[in-house]
Design a protein around this ligand. Structure first.
Ligand code: PMP
Length: 422
């Protein structure tokens, strides 16, 4: 029988049996919030859940029916480790929208791009290897890098994306110290969590530096097609095919429930990825792949992406309006696409410590600490505007403002009465 600790955690009789790497698994700050924020009275600006209600369910149903009639037995069967050829052809078209020319031979379908990142972590990272990453960086990728016991070196990032000079400085310093830099991990369009887009000029410089320094680039681009006005610059992969591994996903432009993503890699890496994929999961879900493929063949999928752009633009506008109205003094990024705003708090206010107070006021966000491997990020928080309605976003930010302002006032009173902690 399993006994419970007072906190409700299970006692573990197997502590001696785990591999050392099991200790690298910890509850992500985003996941830990899920239970609380699912209460209907809480406005969640925390998770990055796509607004799947905007999908045409009838079209998905009819795609299901025609797919089962034409490829039903295949869809219910194991498939190849590289993924369905028909879907890979369609993925080529999708990537062409971001300026990428590719061959179906070099595409590997994965169980969401998260699994693509995990396979790449397993292929490249030994304990102590270095991964260069933006500052802040995607929490799910940081978890994988930690799992493979890599050291994440955050590189200075501003409103134009990662700073190439700071990246060069970090590379020179780390190489001089004898460290092995395995890759640069980037979300160049409408980053998670920053909302920032890497400028074209910096894309060229970053690719050039990485090529010269023999460092692979992992270009993770789930949001690139969700722009609100102008398209972002073309993918880094379109300038360079030997040193860029490109990751894409159907999660944000269709639905995450399918769990289908893809990796485009140079041939030698692609071969290893297929073997790693087969070893991990035998084959990605034939059923999901064939349903997506049928939907893309039948439906106006680009029109649907336009619909999503409209939905998220309206929500971004609601979030920025509410920030202007309720928190006018705070610095926030102004994303031109994607799901997220990155907010800088008043001096001394700690986003992690403030979260329980915010939840008490019925609003949730993700503390900035989730997006750094080095324990920083207390003075930032991420607001996701993808899921709640525009009215709820405004309500959530109004509630958040009352919590932040109270914290800030308390701090000021404390400092003026005591002179602060000496
Ligand atoms: N990369 C980034 C930057 C993301 O934001 C996400 C999802 N939040 C993923 C990868 C993983 O997405 P999926 O596995 O659903 O494709």
């Amino acid at each position: 029988m399993t006994e419970k600790t007072p906190q409700g955690n299970n006692f573990d009789n197997w502590l001696d049996s785990y591999a050392a790497r099991a200790n690298t698994l910890s509850v992500s700050e985003v996941r830990a919030l899920f239970a609380v924020v699912s209460r209907p009275e809480v406005v969640s600006l925390a998770g990055g859940m796509p607004y799947v209600s905007a999908l045409p369910k009838e079209l998905l149903e009819s795609s299901y029916e025609s797919m089962m009639a034409s490829r039903g037995n295949l869809a219910l069967q194991y498939g190849g480790g590289q993924g369905d050829l028909q879907l890979r052809e369609q993925i080529r078209e999708l990537m062409a929208l971001e300026g990428i020319s590719s061959s179906v031979e070099d595409i590997v379908v994965t169980t969401g791009s998260q699994q693509g990142l995990d396979l790449l972590g397993g292929l490249f990272l030994d304990e102590g290897d270095v991964v260069l990453a933006e500052s802040p960086s995607y929490v799910g990728a940081l978890g994988i890098f930690r799992h493979y016991e890599a050291h994440v070196e955050h590189v200075h990032t501003d409103d134009e994306g990662m700073d190439p000079d700071a990246m060069q400085e970090a590379i020179t310093r780390l190489k001089a110290a004898g460290r092995k830099i395995k890759f640069l991990y980037l979300v160049p369009n409408f980053g998670n969590p920053s909302g920032v887009t890497l400028t074209e000029e910096r894309r060229h410089r970053i690719v050039e530096i990485c090529r010269r320094e023999h460092i692979l680039i992992l270009e993770d681009n789930p949001y690139g097609l969700l722009y609100f006005a102008n398209k972002p610059p073309v993918a880094l992969r379109s300038y360079e095919d030997d040193c860029v591994i490109y990751l894409g996903s159907f999660s944000k432009i269709l639905a995450p429930g399918f769990r289908v993503g893809y990796v485009l890699a140079p041939p030698a890496i692609r071969d290893k990825l297929v073997l790693a994929n087969e070893s991990a999961i035998l084959s990605p879900s034939s059923f999901s792949q064939m349903l997506i493929s049928e939907y893309m063949a039948k439906a106006d999928w680009q029109g649907q992406i336009d619909t999503f752009r409209g939905v998220y633009r309206e929500r971004r506008d609601a979030a920025l309006d509410a920030m202007r109205e309720y928190l006018p003094g705070l610095k926030t990024t102004r994303p031109d696409g994607g799901f997220y705003l990155w907010v800088t708090l008043p001096d001394g206010v700690d986003s992690k410590a403030m979260l329980p107070l915010a939840v008490k006021e019925l609003v949730a966000y993700t503390p900035g600490t989730a997006f750094f491997a080095n324990g920083t990020g207390q003075s930032n928080l991420r607001i996701s505007f993808c899921y709640p309605t525009p009215d709820n976003i405004k309500l959530g930010i109004k509630r958040l403002a009352s919590v932040i302002n109270l914290q800030s006032e308390l701090l000021e009173t404390f400092v003026s009465k005591t002179g602060g902690v000496k």
